[in-house]
Write a protein that binds this ligand. Structure first.
Ligand SMILES: NC(=O)c1ccc[n+]([C@@H]2O[C@H](COP(=O)([O-])OP(=O)(O)OC[C@H]3O[C@@H](n4cnc5c(N)ncnc54)[C@H](O)[C@@H]3O)[C@@H](O)[C@H]2O)c1
Length: 288
């Protein structure tokens, strides 16, 4: 057998944070491929058509997580606190719940976890620098630190227990980019779903990739994803005329990839060439 050939889709996949913004956007793509897609969230949104199917659980509760994982082959982990906050909120949703899920997954014999990391794990890189999947973490916020924790935990469990994992440093997921920054790091839900499918089937140990569409202005060298078969079909390029001037008035935000997350509370000296709209924001050629 060719060791690089993808495995079949796992029969039973648990989607966490299933009522959240990103999970709801990718759900139709996953439902079309999974034999069983089990949905879980801590609460149900009234307007969710799948509200009746939702298994309610706090992922920081070990007993509930053990129940949820019965018969599960793979997890797509999108639950979490998705923005900057004080430590207690972040520690519960992005550290305690994550540690609980990974530990229970090993015990339950889960084979793979695909998880939502974030561009904010590396948000303190300047926009002038193109980074790849091996770039050391450079979080821009407490939130970003929790995503680095998740990547480290996934690496530990892959090495120690053989629990395969794909971490997706998601840029900004939605039907269309919303500002100039997103022209670099936007991802369409269909492309994100393609990456999730790769995480569920590709021959991998633990790998981090960037969750971005084929954007000409991307800050990322996403060859690690391409080598696993990623071929994004969407691009932010067509939105440039409408969004190129939708920049932040804060030059610190414009300097760093993490934007306002990096700028919030920023007191370190910054290079004096940071001006909104300066050449560091200029388009680069398409990614190799
Ligand atoms: N929205 C983006 O573009 C983006 C960008 C980068 C990374 N991400 C990451 O993707 C994931 C989803 O983001 P989103 O924008 O859909 O956020 P969201 O807040 O809409 O969804 C997260 C879901 O997780 C659930 N949740 C929170 N704590 C929980 C817990 N303890 N137990 C069980 N469920 C819990 C929430 O109820 C919510 O439905 C997050 O991990 C976020 O950090 C999102």
């Amino acid at each position: 057998m060719n060791p690089a050939s993808p495995s079949p889709w796992p029969a039973c996949v648990l989607l966490t944070g299933a009522g959240g913004k990103v999970a709801r956007a990718v759900r139709p793509y996953l439902a079309a491929r999974c034999q069983t897609l089990r949905l879980t969230d801590i609460a149900v949104n009234d307007d969710d058509p799948a509200a009746d199917e939702m298994h309610l659980a706090d992922l920081a509760d070990p007993a509930r997580v053990r129940e949820l994982l019965q018969g599960v082959d793979a997890v797509v982990h999108f639950a979490g606190y998705p923005r900057e906050a004080d430590w207690p909120a972040l520690l519960h949703a992005n550290v305690q719940a994550v540690a609980c899920l990974w530990g229970a997954a090993v015990d339950a014999g889960v084979q793979r976890i695909v998880y939502a990391s974030s561009n904010h794990a590396v948000g303190y890189y300047p926009r002038s620098q193109r980074i790849d999947a091996d770039a050391p973490a450079r979080p821009d916020s407490r939130y970003g630190v929790t995503k680095v924790f998740m990547e480290a935990l996934a690496s530990l469990h892959a090495d120690k227990h053989g629990l395969r994992a794909l971490g997706i440093r998601i840029g900004s997921c939605g039907p269309r980019p919303v500002d100039a920054r997103a022209l670099a790091h936007w991802v369409h839900p269909e492309d994100l779903a393609q990456l999730i499918g790769i995480g569920l089937t590709a021959h991998l140990h633990h790998q981090v990739v960037y969750g971005v569409s084929a954007n000409r202005r991307s800050w990322y060298d996403n060859r690690a994803a391409e080598q696993l078969g990623y071929q994004p079909v969407h691009s932010a390029d067509g939105f440039e005329p409408a969004l190129l001037h939708a920049v932040s008035p804060d030059p610190v935000a414009e300097h760093f990839q993490g934007g306002s997350f990096a700028a919030a509370g920023h007191r370190s000296p910054v290079p004096n060439r940071i001006t909104p709209g300066c050449p560091q924001n200029a388009a680069r050629g398409p990614a190799a």
